[in-house]
Design a protein around this ligand. Structure first.
Ligand code: GLN
Length: 379
């Protein structure tokens, strides 16, 4: 078998889900909701499934879905997006990021990946033959050192990956930080691969800035997004890349040969979500504000320290005082003895960092309370 497969392990996130299922623990590891998407969306799917959508959709995305996606993104990004030239629909942002990486990088090219990072990015780089160059984000606020980042760019990188809002750190990059990165991307003629799946989950007073809208950045940015988190439909596997025509025409080739296309009836049904009014997004945010407060309040009661997310729905709990040799050992113990599963933080860091367990809080309030009570009494 290929040697590149020896360079990374299976996803620890998905492995923890399997472990949680075996032990019947509350799964706060893999980030997905345990509540249903909006009823209108479920109804739309029931209708779509009875319609004539059982064969391949257009490879780039069903026309109606692409149009709705372009409109929705125009609304939030505030720039014109042509559904025929600036967009490709993918099987989740997972495929979008892989296709973006393969669009930007040739084998041997270097790509900057911040650490901590969502574990897919390193695998995406390796599968594309690209070489990740890691730049640390320093806890507790996950800021980067500007000189360190400049030096990484100066090694001759082809691209940088940015998850904003970030998984697992919960960092929302400030406009200033993004402008600094934009300057480096321009100077070194690098592509910017954005993972913006948590664009609508941002806690006040923090604000999301779409990288592609910064001066001069549209031309070099591949913006990856997804319907998974925004509409609570991670199983529908609907994502996309938005970029200028010169990049999308290439990304479409990668996508075509990787997957041909996303599921046709699901694209039809999801048009309904893309047409939700602004109040939907305000309400989603309000719900996540509550979830965050409820869960963090329990973590506070454990007496351990944890990161306060600015966006997305993850927190890193510092378990160094519990006396385990590794975070993996701690996560396994917690699954067995406390009944709550998180992800060992080390799987997100390049550096040997064993202080953290990552929990997500995209769960019903009752699930968060049940998990919280177990953590308070068990830790
Ligand atoms: N993004 C989610 C997480 O980090 C889950 C992603 C996945 O498993 N595809 O847990």
């Amino acid at each position: 078998p290929a040697r590149r497969l020896e360079v990374f392990t299976e996803s620890v996130i998905r492995e923890m889900t399997r472990l949680s299922n075996r032990h019947g623990s509350i799964n706060l590891a893999q980030g997905f909701p345990d509540f249903d998407p909006p009823t209108e969306l479920i109804d739309a799917l029931a209708t779509a499934i009875r319609g004539p959508h059982h064969q391949y959709a257009v490879t780039w995305g069903a026309p109606r879905f692409r149009q709705a996606l372009a409109k929705k993104n125009e609304r939030f990004m505030g720039r014109e997006i042509d559904p025929d030239r600036h967009l490709v629909v993918t099987c989740g942002s997972t495929e979008a990021m892989m296709a973006a990486m393969m669009t930007a990088c040739d084998p041997g090219d270097k790509v900057i990946v911040f650490s901590p990072f969502y574990e897919n990015y390193a695998a995406d780089a390796i599968l594309s033959g690209a070489v990740p160059v890691h730049v640390p984000l320093y806890a507790p606020h996950f800021t980067f050192d500007r000189d360190e980042l400049s030096r990484a760019f100066a090694t001759g990188v082809k691209a940088i990956v940015i998850c904003n809002p970030a998984n697992p750190s919960g960092k929302v990059f400030t406009r200033e930080e993004l402008l600094f990165i934009a300057g480096l991307a321009e100077e070194h003629d690098a592509f910017v691969l954005m993972d913006e799946v948590y664009e609508h989950i941002v806690y006040a007073p923090h604000q999301h800035t779409y990288f592609a809208t910064l001066p001069g950045m549209w031309e070099r940015t591949l913006s990856c997004g997804s319907l998974s988190k925004t509409y609570s439909i991670t199983g529908w596997r609907l994502g996309h890349i938005i970029a200028p025509e010169r990049l999308i025409s290439r990304a479409r080739k990668v996508h075509d040969f990787l997957t041909v296309g996303a599921a046709a009836p699901l694209q039809e049904a999801a048009v309904t979500a893309l047409e939700f009014p602004d109040s939907y997004y305000t309400e989603l945010q309000r719900e996540y504000d509550v979830k965050r407060d409820v869960f963090l309040d329990y973590l506070k009661q454990t007496g351990l320290s944890y990161t306060e997310p600015q966006g997305a729905y993850y927190t890193l709990l510092d378990i160094s005082s519990l006396g385990f040799k590794t975070d993996t050992e701690a996560a396994e113990w917690m699954t067995r003895e406390v009944g709550v599963t998180g992800v060992p933080g080390s799987s997100f860091f390049r550096e040997p960092e064993h202080r953290f367990i990552r929990f997500h809080f995209a769960k019903k309030e009752e699930t968060l309370r049940a998990a919280g009570e177990k953590l308070v009494s068990g830790l």
